[in-house]
Write a protein that binds this ligand. Structure first.
Ligand SMILES: [Ca+2]
Length: 318
């Protein structure tokens, strides 16, 4: 890189840094990482920086974009920009402590919580019962069944009969919309889980419909995909020749993002609570890998603070 001609020019108060690889030469770029100057100046000056590529040094394509906030929770997408806006406002005040504000800006990134779209269904031990207790009499049928859901891959349900059931029957009206299943076989008896039926019921367990199978298990976590979500008010695993030796089983449901709800706001520090309806604020750009995208521009976008920095990489001629 050191031999590549580099040019720095200021246009309308904006700066760019260009790597020109020369006629007929270029690079294929699939990602970029950068380390900002490690002080408050670095924090401010890297804001809104973009990477651009050109094959003629005249027309430039923006290859990166600020991090896509849709991958974070709804509350995150409100809180983080709000905090960034507050930092910017504070910076305009006379005598602002820019170093402290830079640290506050970095902490604003911690407000971004990754959005979880699926999660294991929450079960109550009181809803669960295996078809039998353990052979040694150490547990009841209910406790035997719960071993499949206790979060410990070192414990498993173990019925006295090879063919078995383990049933989840909510007593409070809870119903499930299942989008997938994950299970972990007993580590020293993996094949026992071959082809167990996974059933659902909508009449409190009077009748059952098989909607999936454990298939051919492998050691460790196994995932069973569904072609579409299914809804039931009771669930079970049944059949097989393996004493229901499942160490862990998760019924995966869609997670609802409640992070933007009023009840969530009420638990926040007062400084972060919204004063009114959420409005889009400045962008939060945590230091994550940024993906190329296809927006084409003929001039670098304007940046708010000076002197901003634009780094441009020339790509191979197509
Ligand atoms: Ca377990």
């Amino acid at each position: 890189m050191a031999e590549v001609p580099v040019g720095v020019a200021a246009v309308d108060g904006q700066y760019s840094l260009t790597w020109d690889f020369g006629e007929g030469r270029g690079i294929a770029l699939d990602r970029k990482d950068f380390l900002a100057r490690q002080d408050d100046q670095g924090m401010w000056r890297m804001v809104d920086q973009v990477i651009e590529g050109s094959n003629d040094l005249q027309n430039w394509t923006t290859l990166t974009d600020p991090t896509d906030l849709t991958q974070y929770t709804r509350g995150s997408r409100i809180l983080c920009p709000r905090e960034v806006a507050a930092v910017r406002e504070a910076r305009e005040e006379a005598g602002a402590d820019e170093a402290a504000l830079a640290r506050r800006l970095i902490r604003a990134w911690d407000l971004l919580d990754p959005l979880v779209t699926e999660k294991p269904a929450t079960l109550d031990p009181a809803w669960v019962a295996a078809s039998t207790a353990t052979a040694d009499g150490a547990t009841s049928a209910a406790a035997n069944g719960w071993r499949m859901f206790d979060g410990n891959t070192g414990t498993w349900t173990d019925t006295t009969t090879k063919s078995c059931t383990n049933t989840v029957l909510p007593t409070d009206g809870t119903a499930f919309t299942i989008v997938g299943i994950r299970y972990f076989p007993r580590d020293n008896a993996i094949s026992r889980l071959t082809g167990l039926a996974i059933d659902g019921s909508n009449d409190s367990g009077a009748t059952w419909t098989k909607f999936a199978s454990t298939g051919t298990p492998v050691r460790g976590w196994n995932t069973v995909s569904l072609t579409e979500p299914v809804s039931f008010d009771a669930l079970r695993i049944s059949g097989g020749n393996g004493y229901c030796n499942v160490a862990e089983l998760q019924f995966i449901v869609q997670a609802i993002d409640k992070s933007g709800s009023l009840s969530t706001w009420s638990t926040l520090p007062r400084s972060l609570r919204p004063a009114g309806p959420p409005t889009p604020g400045p962008r939060c750009s945590p230091p994550a890998t940024q993906r190329p995208q296809s927006t084409t521009t003929t001039a670098p976008p304007r940046r708010r603070w000076t002197p901003p920095l634009t780094i441009s990489a020339k790509r191979s001629p197509v």
